[in-house]
Design a binder for this molecule. Structure first.
Ligand code: 0A1
Ligand code: ZN
Length: 862
């Protein structure tokens, strides 16, 4: 056990302890007298005893002091317990009034009501509402909201809340008021208000049943020209949800507000989404193609929550993946439909492998439906979101499209207006699919990434072949032994000599720890294409040779499988190079050359396929990560690819060089390939590479090309590096989102001096921990730079720990998000591991540590 003197052991909340609320709150009227230093919040709750439950009314509160408490109009007796207000109530239904005073401008946690860029806004998920007013702050209490706001008119001309506006007017002293009603009962985490000096980009959308909805994206006046892409994405998302899921929007207005200070990406508050401005603002000069895509995806994600999250919400926070896994699945499919589905799948799998697989393999591993937490904010993870989405995808694969749609229809109809569970969702899949998903449910309860071993045997004489499959799930914290899972694996066999398909694609439902799939009439040695489309989120180990992988990378008819074969070939090559000091690069070079010249492939796919796996993904394959050796092996392979194929890279580069900016799938693909080619030309050591990059940097008409060139220069030694960084800084010094890129590009640099450069940047006048985007742009990015962060001096660990400790005092949620990379100490050699541990111990021993950081750090030490 840890020696924790300074932190009281925080309470653990357990899923098995769930009890329905003793009191319900069908109605609330909120009255805000807004001002940054002192906001008065009056709440009038109609409360009703839930069934025959007993016990006092418990209204959660966090750092609130009751200024008045009345029951049915009279002063009432009350007591406080852990910040909550407790009132004994005699009858079954009462009117409870409370009053508190809060100070938004001093709210650095950015939870509850806070100030950002001179405006006031809220963030309530998961438990921020209790920082605004006393309330049963749990998602299974559904309430109708009436909200009245009063504020200084000059400073806050726009007053928004959930639902529809019902009135507004003038007050004395230059103040004004507005009132909003939300007809849909909702949990408190979906409450929102905004008061600010904002301008709107407006549009209308007519729903499939003919309802006209006014859409508005609210930003600072000068940012209005950067909101068209978000608005267009919203319209597309609304139409898509009608076509694909039959889901229609249900209010007369849909508002989105962008704020610069935000802990996460965005928030789906009913009718009033609040966004981190990085997921709204875009124009070609300041946003990359990746930013454009992320904006469309996040706008869609938050919009889709209106059904998967708001109309049907979660019974308790252990069910978080019910709304998040399903909504990520929905936004991924939406994005796939906007451009290349194959490239989108590759990107999603890359994200899963970069963020979720390491989580599942480390000390913070948890099931998609966790069993306990100390701080729920720590569970907004890649496991809940991205692995959760894969679970929905597997059920969709098992059911097939028609039954899957029938199952989601059933779910939306049956649970509309309620707070549901993951179990409710799976039961709908079972009922509409006419199948038994008993074993599949293990995906919700067992943590860890399943491993599948696949090998093919073939008897030339008899024509019999077999695909032998084995599965196992590694132990994770609190779960030493695992049962076999239900794995939907799409497989196909190709002939090694003819290259022809010898067994059509089939969906194998692997349910036992071992299975043999038999094939007849196989005349030549077969090569298995397995887990096609990444049909199950598992790690597949095969004994396929470099030649077989090279063949699949060039001939498989499933684009994901082609990409996967190339990645496996690259990984095998790199892992061997690390182990032996030198690997055989020829098969990779041949496969890349073949891919570059395949006329049937689009450029976006080629660009993805020819990229080497990241340092950290290579590290994930090794028993003990050796960051330096991995870096050297990867650089050597990059250099050889650059040199051997230099003419091909130049040809690919030149083909797109003169393009003017356009935002279309084809234009994006061309830019991506151009920038990948630039990277390889640079890796080749060609003497003109830096000037090529610098010319691109200076002449670019879009941020993708400018940042691509900057990234190439920033990792190099040319004197143009400093010039480019300075030019970039000066050009964008008044644009926070672009300055974030300036910090990130330097934090990701592969130069030897990156650790020192990053420490210096943390002292730069534009660096601040108070803004989450800025904190992540430097500290978060640096800890993703495997070689720099894991410098064997331990300087990276000390630096990141210092930043986490400092940030924890301001913003525990964002501080806790920076911790996981430090927790992976078991994966490194003894020197590094010890240094990482001692930083974690230092963090845990810090006086006044938040429970957010305490949970992450103490679990990482266990
Ligand atoms: N529900 C949001 C994510 C979110 C969660 C917590 C927040 O609090 C700081 C903010 C946003 C989503 O899935 O987009
Ligand atoms: Zn979400």
């Amino acid at each position: 056990m840890l020696d924790v003197q300074n932190t009281a052991q925080p309470t653990v909340t357990r899923r098995e302890d769930y009890v329905a609320p003793a009191w319900l709150v069908p109605e609330i009227a909120l009255d805000f007298d807004l001002s940054p230093g002192e906001t008065r919040v009056r709440a009038e709750l109609s409360v009703e005893r839930n069934g025959d439950s007993s016990g006092p009314l418990r209204l959660d509160g966090d750092a609130l002091v009751p200024a008045a408490v009345r029951v049915d109009g009279a002063d009432a007796e009350w007591r406080m317990e852990d910040g909550a207000l407790l009132i004994d109530l005699p009858g079954d239904s009462h009117r409870v009034e409370t009053e508190v005073v809060i100070a938004p401008e001093r709210n650095t946690q950015l939870m509850g009501l806070y100030a950002s860029g001179g405006n006031l806004c809220t963030q309530c998920e998961a438990q921020g509402f209790r920082r605004i007013t006393f309330f049963p702050d749990r998602p299974d209490v559904l309430t109708r909201y009436r909200v009245r706001m009063a504020a200084d008119k000059a400073r806050y001309p726009v007053l928004l809340s959930n639902g529809d506006p019902v009135g507004s007017g003038e007050l004395e002293n230059g103040r004004h008021w507005a009132e909003w009603h939300d007809p849909y009962p909702k949990p408190s985490y979906l409450f929102a208000l905004v008061a600010g000096d904002l301008a709107a980009n407006r549009a209308t959308f007519t729903t499939q049943s003919g309802r006209e909805v006014t859409l508005a994206i609210w930003v600072r006046e000068r940012d209005l020209p950067k909101t068209d892409h978000a608005l267009e994405s919203l319209k597309r998302a609304m139409a898509w949800d009608e076509q694909v899921y039959g889901r229609e929007y249900d209010l007369d207005v849909f508002n989105i507000v962008a704020v610069d200070d935000f802990n996460f990406g965005a928030m789906e508050n009913k009718g009033l989404n609040i966004f981190n401005s990085r997921y709204i603002l875009a124009d070609p000069d300041t946003a990359t193609d990746h930013d454009y895509d992320a904006i469309a995806a996040v706008v869609a994600h938050e919009y889709f929550h209106n059904w998967s999250g708001n109309r049907i919400t979660c019974r308790d926070w252990f069910q978080l993946s019910l709304k998040e896994g399903f909504t990520v699945y929905r936004d991924q499919k939406f994005s796939a439909d906007q451009g290349s589905a194959a490239v989108k799948r590759i990107e999603d799998v890359r994200t899963l492998r970069a963020a979720q697989f390491p989580e599942d393999a480390g000390p913070l591993a948890h099931p998609v439906r966790p069993d306990s937490y100390i701080e729920i904010s720590n569970f907004y993870t890649a496991t809940i979101y991205n692995k959760g989405a894969e679970l929905i995808g597997m059920m969709a694969t098992i059911l097939g499209p028609e039954k899957f749609r029938a199952a989601t229809d059933l779910y939306f109809t049956r649970f509309d207006g309620t707070a549901a569970t993951c179990e409710d969702f799976v039961a709908c899949m079972e009922e509409a699919g006419g199948i038994d998903l008993t074993q599949f449910r293990l995906w919700y309860s067992q943590a860890g990434t399943p491993r599948v071993t696949a090998s093919v045997t073939h008897e030339a004489g008899s024509g019999r072949a077999a695909l032998n499959l084995r599965q196992g799930v590694p132990p994770t914290p609190g779960q030493p032994d695992k049962a076999p899972m239900l794995l939907p694996l799409k497989v196909k066999l190709f002939g090694a000599e003819s290259g022809r398909e010898i067994a059509p694609e089939q969906l194998v439902l692997l349910s036992d720890s071992e299975a043999e799939i038999a094939f007849e009439g196989v005349g030549e040695r077969p090569v298995a294409s397995i887990n096609r489309g990444f049909s199950a989120p598992v790690i597949v180990e095969t004994d396929r040779s470099a030649a077989d992988l090279g063949f699949l990378s060039g001939h498989d008819d499933d684009p994901f499988a082609r990409y996967e074969a190339m990645q496996q070939l690259m990984l095998d090559t790199l892992v061997e190079s690390v182990a032996r000091g030198r690997g055989d690069h020829a098969p990779v070079i041949d496969a890349v050359r073949h891919t570059l010249h395949d006329p049937d492939l689009d450029k976006a796919f080629i660009a993805e396929a020819v990229l080497l796996p990241s340092d950290s993904f290579v590290g994930d394959q090794m028993p003990v990560v050796d960051p330096e050796a991995i870096f050297r092996a990867r650089e050597a392979l990059r250099r050889d690819l650059g040199r051997e194929l230099e003419a091909d890279w130049r040809e690919a580069y030149e083909a797109a060089r003169a393009n003017r900016f356009e935002y279309s799938p084809a234009a994006k693909g061309a830019r991506r390939l151009k920038n990948v080619a630039l990277g390889y030309i640079n890796a080749s050591g060609a003497p003109d590479a830096a000037s090529l990059a610098f010319v691109q940097f200076e002449s670019a008409d879009n941020m993708t090309d400018r940042q691509g060139a900057l990234a190439t220069l920033a990792s190099g030694t040319s004197e143009k590096r400093v010039a480019a960084l300075d030019i970039f800084y000066n050009r964008y010094s008044d644009n926070a989102l672009v300055l974030d890129k300036w910090f990130t590009t330097q934090a990701l640099s592969s130069r030897d001096d990156t650790p020192q450069a990053v420490e210096a940047l943390a002292k730069h006048k534009d660096f601040s921990l108070a803004n989450p985007n800025r904190a992540r742009s430097l500290i978060g990015a640096f800890s993703m730079n495997q070689r720099a962060f894991h410098h064997d001096s331990g300087s990276g660990y000390r630096f990141v720990a210092d930043q986490i400790i400092a940030l924890d005092k301001l913003n525990p949620q964002t501080a806790a998000k920076l911790l996981p990379p430090l927790g992976r100490w078991r994966r490194f050699d003894e020197n590094r591991g010890e240094r990482m541990r001692s930083e974690l111990e230092r963090i845990v021993a810090t006086p006044g540590l938040s429970k957010d950081v305490f949970e992450q750090a103490s679990k990482s030490l266990d």
